[in-house]
Design a protein around this ligand. Structure first.
Ligand SMILES: C[S@@+](CC[C@H](N)C(=O)[O-])C[C@H]1O[C@@H](n2cnc3c(N)ncnc32)[C@H](O)[C@@H]1O
Length: 474
């Protein structure tokens, strides 16, 4: 895949209003910043450095510094690292411009071109680490893949460069220092960020969180959140939780949360206290004895072949597309016990055989799992439940009425979403799912989709239903 420069280097630049918000929340304000080291260790063209320099100059002016002293301190206390020479030049020019506005002319700036992953000189020395680290998924990291995997926070799963920058940033902090980053909010719940989350909780680091939710300051890229971390707390501190108001360009405080309120099952969830306690209850639901299961629907890995206007009748079953509730016809090369039929059986129908032959090259190109053969579905999920009673359900909603629950009788398959396997009545499920309560739960899970939508997994849905059904039973 050809990557854009933006994607390959994680180059999304931060708007000034967000920079100001992060610096305010981090306490990089007033005269207390004088004589304190601040670094942006992925400074790009200097969005953070310009504001850092401006604040330093203003503070120095109000403290009555001479121009010479201010110039010397800007050289000593403002730091930047950027891997790209052109961006680093721009950052340097912009920082110098910001200083000049106050009559300061530092002889040298510590805004260096370098690879932050190999940088050690700032470790344990920075009072403030501020910035917007690069977001680059591990599969897009060609040159630095091995270097990235050596970091503790980047060992598992679909890791991302921003997790490494969290590790490096925390290492750079002096005792009692503050880190303020804007980075993907996937760190709240992704498996790859589990080590980082554990570290943040064990070291009592989280002070403030701003979830930007559906608002994406960098266009159609990641969903992000601001985290303010401070080292040195002996006891678990309360985290101030804010939501971002894009119209007013400000963070609005929602609640103060203890770690055991927002850290549930190792993931982070943020919201009002009462909503989080409802969420914690759902997380504790007894899944084993629930009168239902929730699973992922059929995955053919080539719907264009298996589903639609098929030119034959044999081996065809009705299917429902869970995301829309629409009915269609599907070629189902399995028996009622989910065993794949021998190809020779299928080929007895000449039209079916001809249809398969015409598509064979394309079917063979699918990334098949396990023992699946070329004429079967790409994945085995959902196959065993075709001949059971179930309800298909879409997994992306924005409001309660977006939910689509469709009854699927025995013999009807489900694809393109989830299904609930249960003997319960449709009315009971509808009663529970077409509700503001379910919507609030899904929103709290924080799995954002474009257009203001939220998604949820089969496990999320099962938990919710298990909990609410148990409550109904008293
Ligand atoms: C998301 S941008 C943020 C830039 C700036 N902090 C801002 O908020 O506008 C990330 C920057 O990190 C730089 N970068 C990527 N990998 C780096 C590395 N290993 N060392 C230093 N900088 C790196 C990219 O070139 C890019 O300019």
């Amino acid at each position: 895949m050809i990557l854009t420069e933006e994607k390959a280097k994680g180059r999304f630049y931060t708007p000034p209003s967000i920079v100001k918000m992060i610096l305010d929340l981090a306490g990089y304000t007033g005269e207390r910043i004088l004589g304190r080291h601040a670094i942006d260790n992925s400074c790009g063209d200097g969005a953070f450095l310009v504001e850092i320099v401006d604040r330093y100059c203003r503070a120095a002016q109000s403290a009555g510094y001479t121009k010479e002293r201010l110039s010397a301190e800007l050289s000593a206390f403002v730091h930047g690292i950027e891997i790209d020479a052109g961006q680093r030049e721009k950052a340097l020019r912009r920082a110098a411009g910001a200083a000049r506005a106050y009559g300061a002319e530092p002889a040298a700036w510590d805004i260096r071109r370098g690879d932050t992953l190999a940088e050690k000189r700032y470790d344990g020395r920075m009072d403030f680490v501020l910035g917007n680290p690069p977001y680059v998924r591990v599969h897009n990291l060609s040159d630095s893949y091995d270097a990235v995997r050596r970091f503790r926070f980047a060992r598992s799963g679909m890791t991302d460069l921003f997790l490494v920058f969290y590790e490096i940033g925390l290492k750079m902090l002096a005792p009692g220092g503050t880190l303020g980053y804007i980075a993907p909010s996937s760190l709240f719940n992704s498996r790859a960020a589990a080590a980082l989350r554990r570290h943040l909780i064990e070291r009592n680091l989280i002070r403030k969180v701003v979830d930007l939710k559906h608002f994406r300051p960098f266009g159609a890229s990641a969903y992000t959140a601001v985290m303010i971390l401070r080292s040195g707390a002996a006891e678990p501190p309360e985290a101030e939780y804010y939501e971002y108001d894009p119209a007013g360009e400000e963070a609005r405080r929602v609640s103060g949360l203890a770690p055991n309120e927002f850290c549930i099952d190792g993931n982070f969830y943020f919201g009002p206290k009462s909503a989080l306690s409802r969420l914690a209850k759902i997380a504790r639901a007894d899944m084993k004895n629930a009168p239902l299961d929730v699973k992922n629907g059929l995955a053919t890995l080539c719907d264009a072949f298996f589903i639609g206007g098929l030119p034959f009748e044999s081996r065809v079953i009705p299917v429902v597309k869970a995301s829309t509730g629409q009915h269609a016809r599907c070629l189902f090369p399995y028996d009622e016990n989910a065993r794949p039929l021998p190809y020779a059986d299928l080929a007895r129908d000449e039209a079916l055989d001809a249809y398969y032959k015409a598509w064979e090259p394309r079917l063979r190109k699918r990334a098949l799992t396990g023992a699946s053969r070329w004429y079967e579905f790409g994945r085995t999920q959902g196959i065993a439940d075709v001949y059971k009673k179930k309800y298909s359900v879409c997994s992306i909603i924005r409001e309660p009425n977006d939910l689509k629950l469709t009854f699927c009788d025995r013999g009807t398959g489900v694809y393109g979403g989830l299904y609930i396997l249960t003997d319960l009545d449709e009315a009971i499920l509808k009663d529970l799912l077409y509700t503001d309560d379910f919507m609030e739960y899904v929103a709290l899970l924080g799995k954002y989709k474009s257009g203001g939508y939220y998604t949820f997994s089969s496990k999320d849905l099962k938990r919710y239903l298990a909990c609410r059904l148990a409550e109904r039973e008293g």
